[in-house]
Design a binder for this molecule. Sequence first.
Ligand SMILES: Cc1cc2nc3c(=O)[nH]c(=O)nc-3n(C[C@H](O)[C@H](O)[C@H](O)COP(=O)(O)OP(=O)(O)OC[C@H]3O[C@@H](n4cnc5c(N)ncnc54)[C@H](O)[C@@H]3O)c2cc1C
Length: 365
Amino acid sequence: MAKALIVGAGINGLSTAWALTKRGWDVEVFEAGPVPNPKAASTDHHRLIRSHYTDPGYAARISEAFSAWDRMFDDLGERPYAPLGILGLSREEGDWTDRCRATMAARGVRSDLLDPDEVAARYPMLETDGVRYGLLTRDGGALMARRILAALAAWLRGAGVVIHEHSPVTEVDPAGSLRSTTGRHHADRIIVTAGIETGAFCPALAPKVHPRRVTVIYALPPDDLREAWEAGPCWIDLGGEDDLWGMPPIAGLPMKLGFGAYTQPGDPATERAVRQADIDAVMGAYQGRFKGIERFTVVEPHVNFYLMAEEERFLMHQEGAALFATADSGHGFKFGALSGEDIAEAADGGNVPAIARRMAGLLQV
Ligand SMILES: Cc1cc2nc3c(=O)[nH]c(=O)nc-3n(C[C@H](O)[C@H](O)[C@H](O)COP(=O)(O)OP(=O)(O)OC[C@H]3O[C@@H](n4cnc5c(N)ncnc54)[C@H](O)[C@@H]3O)c2cc1C
């Protein structure tokens, strides 16, 4: 039986372990911390999955991503997914949602175009001054990330996969071994899906990637807007180029407010603490976008990091028996099940350059 050792138990490492196990491989996973690791990019209550994309390559892969989750959820015996729909608003010609609309139309992605009156009537909790239209997809919503990671780890253990927690890998030898706190281990394939640490193992990828610091705020809306928000969709853009995204209350959780334009390069070793300036920046960005934003209650601000590559692409590099993959750039969770299948195919004799191009969104299907 072919054997693989996987470095990192975020969504990409665990999904690769799942897909390789289904291909009949013997798999072990090494994770620096607990599983899920609170510091991993994958670890949060939820992550968005949406068809809104300006990039035609990733827009083309979204339906495959949904199918891959279906396959995984069938195996897990649960669907940790809240399909609430996704709303984007256009406020300026050529803004992000307007560009998505063009890409999605060209790809035949189904969406509803809402005129400004309809946006105001359906979403009384939004400020709609200056809105040109709303672009709503009924598919898409919140993948319940923590539950997915926990269910995947349980499935893998049930299938005989050994997950070494608290076992940081210190060295990868492309000849087919790695060193961790439990000693040196050998295999046919070493797969490095170590999130923000992936570049540290791969000199070819290191200059192409850098960590970015992201703040998200869990917050409660005021009582008079709570009901409207509880029936609300996820949002991916509220117009212009601010890149405001987030989740309504789901499964008893507070709302989650993100602000993409505030994401910056940062040092994960020293900059994980939340600053008051982070909270002010995110909440301030929703002025003129959410009604009553000054009356929202901040429950839990949160800082995390992801690994950015040029043009927000996913990268894979092969060296000997080692495969190094970063399917992240701040939008990798939604592709997690699919990326796991891609990386497993690459490890299992697939055409690595072709699969790498597919993962990078460079081959339109
Ligand atoms: C705040 C935030 C919001 C996001 N929102 C979305 C979203 O809405 N939708 C979406 O699709 N994507 C989103 N993303 C991006 C998405 O979360 C990431 O693309 C994805 O989770 C990356 O998964 P990964 O497995 O590659 O990395 P990670 O989840 O970071 O996993 C890597 C793992 O490797 C481990 N590791 C590192 N070094 C070692 C070592 N030496 N030895 C052993 N283990 C090691 C780490 O501890 C970690 O557990 C968001 C990211 C952030 C930070």
